[in-house]
Design a protein around this ligand. Sequence first.
Ligand SMILES: C[S@@+](CC[C@H](N)C(=O)[O-])C[C@H]1O[C@@H](n2cnc3c(N)ncnc32)[C@H](O)[C@@H]1O
Length: 231
Amino acid sequence: MPPNEELPQGEEKAVAVEQMFDQIAPRYDFVNRLMTFRMDVGWRRRAVRALKLPQDAKVLDLACGTGDFCNDLLRSGLDPVGLDFSAGMLEAAGTDAPLVRADALRLPVLTGSVDGATCGFALRNLTELTPFFEELSRVLKPGGRIALLDVAQPSNPLLRIGHRVYFGKVVPRIGGLISDRNAYKYLPKSVEYLPPPEDLLSELKAAGFSDANRTLFSGGITQLFLGTLDR
Ligand SMILES: C[S@@+](CC[C@H](N)C(=O)[O-])C[C@H]1O[C@@H](n2cnc3c(N)ncnc32)[C@H](O)[C@@H]1O
């Protein structure tokens, strides 16, 4: 990620994000667990349970990174395929699920062919969300389920301040010491890419997930968007 303070947009953002994840891939899991005090493990498991899909359901894990969601899906008896555009993250992955290098905005997947999709902590890394939600709607079967996790900002003022200090000051230091300084400076800033939750919910509804809803975890530091494709 470039060291400048401006957040890149469009193709420049896609290139920067891919390079950044290639670079931090070897230590990604370690830093993730440390930064979240392992809470990320529980958040993904709750997301998988909330999918409420039958055994052997075919699920795409989009922007799968090192395969954590894929492993939780496998453990739940589902049939996942992970997709990510960072070759470095895929190389560092530790999962038995099949992995494909692909752009989440242009999925190499047949229309109406999967039962569900997950996406962990990548919404803010995508260059655009509307085409992503449209891709979800295209590849899912009617009745297909989605579970999309990402960071959030707590609404409680005290928690919000604590979270801002931790995420904005502590995380970049820890990440900088163990991994890449610029990447972990970008991480807290990348939250600015996320539209307000009500806009995300409207976009999901417009894409065909009319029951789209949002659940908060751990005092509101993480949000989960769930939805069922109704067409
Ligand atoms: C913060 S990591 C999350 C990884 C994993 N989902 C998890 O829960 O730990 C974000 C991932 O999104 C991927 N990513 C970002 N934009 C992408 C895109 N357009 N297509 C595919 N993968 C993308 C990155 O390569 C990176 O692996």
